[in-house]
Design a protein around this ligand. Structure first.
Ligand SMILES: Cc1cc2nc3c(=O)[nH]c(=O)nc-3n(C[C@H](O)[C@H](O)[C@H](O)COP(=O)(O)OP(=O)(O)OC[C@H]3O[C@@H](n4cnc5c(N)ncnc54)[C@H](O)[C@@H]3O)c2cc1C
Length: 301
């Protein structure tokens, strides 16, 4: 990556919040649940499904975790009332994982039970490696106790192959993504091509083993590999879906849908948009271009 792009990427924390907000608008539906519903409707009209994320990061006070549970219960009610095609995605650390695992499991159970009551579904996002064991344990418990729940595995982790071996007997529902956190070489594949290769290997393993898979990527090579493997295994479209983030490559969204595959878009909304937007901007290959234009007071192009 050119030096200037790297400088901008690592200098992102020094870019004024107002500028970050301006260029990150595409990644977030808005601040309110009504904004999320509007975005989901647009996606549904395009033929895509959605998974909705209430923006928020790790909490250290249980009152904040309880407030997040209430937000998700309200969101599930809204999805049901508005009759939109969407499920929800949650982050364990926002529901108290770093305060107390048992309490966090209880909070997630409350949300999953509500989803089950409404015949909806909860996806547990995967965070950094300090959360992997606890998140998978919570998933296993809630899958056997309630159902209506899925989890995420990251193609960059060395452990993912073993995690799949453990989970396959449970017929899991897995979102497979590359992984976004900065993990050390001792636990994660670091080279771009190796992460791709492991994504394809683990995707095939999951699909062959009978898992439902959300193929979450914007990497055209992996999208192609996903289409090739579902064709080779002659899988019914109900056995998998592609997944993409709001604001990233809408043209690729159209290409996937036009090929007859199901596609779900991750729709984040809420007031706590800054950390999420920073993660997205760091991944945007043209971030330097956007930041420079915004700094010069030029509109997006
Ligand atoms: C639905 C969904 C849910 C996810 N959930 C999790 C999770 O729970 N835990 C986790 O660790 N990670 C999660 N991720 C993030 C994921 O791990 C990757 O970090 C992210 O998807 C980028 O990887 P990629 O496969 O798209 O490949 P990349 O090689 O990063 O991107 C491929 C191409 O996509 C385009 N692109 C990618 N990102 C952007 C961007 N921000 N702006 C503009 N263009 C972009 C670029 O053209 C790039 O060349 C999720 C991703 C998706 C799609």
């Amino acid at each position: 990556m050119p030096l200037f792009d790297q400088l901008i990427r690592y200098g992102m924390p020094f870019v004024p919040k107002a500028i970050v907000g301006k260029i990150a608008q595409r990644y977030v539906a808005g601040e309110d649940v009504a904004d999320a519903v509007r975005t989901i409707r647009e996606l549904n009209n395009e033929g895509a499904m959605a998974t909705v994320d209430v923006l928020g990061e790790e909490v250290r006070e249980s009152s904040k975790a309880e407030a997040a549970v209430e937000q998700y219960l309200g969101l599930l009610d809204t999805i049901d009332r508005e009759q939109v095609d969407a499920n929800v995605s949650i982050k364990p650390t926002m529901l108290g994982l770093k305060i107390d695992e048992e309490m966090c499991c209880g909070h997630i159970r409350t949300i999953v039970e509500k989803a089950a009551e409404l015949d909806n579904f909860v996806r547990i996002d995967m965070e950094d490696n300090t959360c992997t064991d606890a998140t998978l344990q919570i998933y296993r418990r809630l899958l056997s106790e309630v159902g209506h729940v899925g989890v995420v595995l990251q193609g960059y982790l060395h452990r993912t192959v073993a995690d799949i071996n453990d989970l396959l007997p449970l017929r899991p529902n897995i979102r497979l993504c590359k992984g976004i956190y900065r993990e050390p070489r001792t636990i994660a594949w670091k080279q771009y091509e190796t992460v791709r290769a492991n994504f394809i290997y683990t995707l095939e393993k999951l699909l062959q083993g009978g898992a439902y898979v959300g193929i979450a990527t914007h990497d055209i090579h992996l999208v192609w590999a996903g289409m090739a493997v579902v064709d080779r295994l002659d899988l019914d479209p109900s056995r998998y879906e592609f997944q993409m983030l709001l604001g990233v490559d809408p043209e690729l969204r159209r290409i996937i849908l036009d090929q007859g595959h199901r596609l779900r878009v991750y729709v984040p909304f809420g007031r706590d948009w800054y950390p999420y937007s920073m993660r997205r901007l760091r991944e945007n290959p043209t971030v330097a271009h956007h930041v420079t234009r915004a700094m010069l007071g030029l509109g997006p192009r």
